[in-house]
Design a protein around this ligand. Sequence first.
Ligand SMILES: [Fe+2]
Ligand SMILES: [Fe+2]
Length: 268
Amino acid sequence: MKVRQPTFDFSSIRPHWAPVREFAQSYNAFSTVPAHIEPFLVKVMMRVKDALGEKHPKLRADIEIFNKQEVQHCKQHVAFNKMLYKSGYAGMQALEKPYKDDYQRFLETRSLRFNVAYCEGFEAMGSSAGQVFFEELDEYLAGSDQEAVDLWKWHLAEEFEHREVCFQAYEALYGKGLFAWLYRIWVFAYAVKHIGSHTARVGAYMNDVDRENMSEVDRAASIERQKVLRAKISKASKKRLVKVLSPFYNPGKMVPSPGMAELLSRFS
Ligand SMILES: [Fe+2]
Ligand SMILES: [Fe+2]
């Protein structure tokens, strides 16, 4: 694990950076997540470090790198999202506000156990999303804007790289017993629903903006393309995420996708 500081230039990138514009809009909606969740992750993991005290020096060192990686991810996605706001999708920001506020509320009112389990739930989604992006989406990525593809590949490869940190933090603080497992699963399901409903709202807005000036025929074709890609991503994600539910789940045992190491070496 290491901190990388890539320099992306989003000045010439288009919101429809992939040949299938509904695919680009799905990931544009996902791009609002790191802008708000990653500052939350960093704050929660700083609390974890305090709670660990002098124990677990390796984990505390990993948390340092984890946090620095998340700060870089957030910074790049915020820059990317500004391009979206300026390109006719300023209405996204109103949809992001309540989602952003949720994280402030979690920090103020929820237990550290809940917040660590939520972070682990997101990290489990992130490492699976990395495998999906690297292994299942070539048909959508062919012909795409390289800068947008690299943003996602760099981010998701680092998500995969640091996939164990929150899991280990949760185990270090709350153990491996039956209650710890059931609680982790409950909060994982909560995180999937919370994040999924937010990205669905933003994605629907993006597509609605695009469809405003479409003919009936084009609109029907757009809806059909969205259905197909959603089914593909959902199937590829579910088959990976089901493993998170197991009491024997261990993200450390996940195998990196071909291309992840090479991609990360480019940014090192
Ligand atoms: Fe991240
Ligand atoms: Fe992460």
